[in-house]
Design a protein around this ligand. Structure first.
Ligand SMILES: Cc1cc2nc3c(=O)[nH]c(=O)nc-3n(C[C@H](O)[C@H](O)[C@H](O)COP(=O)(O)OP(=O)(O)OC[C@H]3O[C@@H](n4cnc5c(N)ncnc54)[C@H](O)[C@@H]3O)c2cc1C
Length: 240
């Protein structure tokens, strides 16, 4: 790693790359160990510095207090955004990161029911929030809707079953866009499946992550369905 990448700002630290595992053909799980203590909230993201001028945001999949920071990087289409970050992580045993970014973190003081809407690797974001809520159960109902292209894009099934044991109120709905003929679950676009189940979104805290076109489509449609702007959280809103 170049010496010009100095870690000095708050929550900007060097982190050791502990492991990179295969979750699907296109998605990798990355575990990082920061060399200093860092702070983040469930649902926040970090940036990986590929150079001084090139930093890429990735949702943190782990919950605060977990031993490692976990990332889930990749997607349906192998693109340069994820691919270059993975190459950087593979080539460097230590990387510079900035942790604890974003405003779409889990609101700890709310008692409203929670909807987590994830498209593809947007699941990483939902995962952090679901893990945090499983570690500190409160009375809130939690529905996690996860949309994926097809069966081959699915991952984390064992971990999700474990989370549901910790938090029995966690309701998981998986929605495949282009399923094979053996799929008996929900089909279509994930936000449309959600709206079919819950036509009125008034009263919910709604946390959203996924491809930008999904988040863009969802923003307007959900407001029409009664969601309140102040209770819809997505860091992608800042990009679209
Ligand atoms: C703050 C931030 C954090 C990020 N974190 C990560 C990260 O942790 N990991 C990562 O790899 N990338 C991350 N990205 C980049 C980007 O969000 C991902 O590239 C994207 O989520 C990957 O989606 P996918 O290819 O897995 O989903 P896809 O396979 O393309 O789509 C999954 C599902 O989303 C829905 N969907 C897709 N398109 C539409 C549409 N046009 N309308 C309605 N619904 C649609 C469908 O239900 C579909 O099945 C991040 C970006 C930002 C800004």
């Amino acid at each position: 790693m170049s010496e010009q990448f100095s870690a000095h700002a708050s929550n900007k630290v060097l982190a050791d790359v502990i492991s990179i595992d295969t979750l699907t053909a296109g998605v990798r799980r990355v575990r990082l160990k920061p060399q200093e203590a860092v702070h983040y909230l469930p649902g926040q993201y970090l940036q990986i510095f590929l150079s001084d001028s090139d930093k890429r945001p990735f949702s943190i999949a782990s919950a605060p207090g977990d031993e490692y920071i976990e990332l889930q990087i990749g997607g349906n289409v192998t693109d340069a955004y994820a691919g270059q970050a993975l190459t950087h992580l593979q080539d460097n045993p230590t990387v510079l990161i900035q942790v604890g970014l974003g405003e779409a973190y889990l609101r700890p003081d709310s008692n409203r029911p929670v909807i987590l809407l994830a498209g593809g690797t947007g699941f990483s974001y939902a995962c952090s929030i679901a893990k945090a809520m499983a570690q500190q159960p409160d009375g809130r109902a939690v529905k996690l809707y996860w949309g994926l292209r097809n069966e081959a894009a699915l991952y984390y099934q064992q971990e999700l079953a474990e989370l549901q044991e910790l938090r029995p109120g966690l309701q998981l709905v998986t929605v495949l866009q282009e399923p094979g003929q053996d799929w008996t679950g929900r089909t279509g676009l994930v936000h449309e499946a959600l709206l079919a189940d819950i036509p009125s979104l008034a009263g919910y805290d709604i946390y959203i992550a996924g491809p930008f076109p999904m988040v863009k489509a969802v923003r307007d449609v959900f407001l029409t369905a009664g969601a309140e702007r102040g209770h819809m959280y997505a860091d992608a809103f800042a990009w679209i």
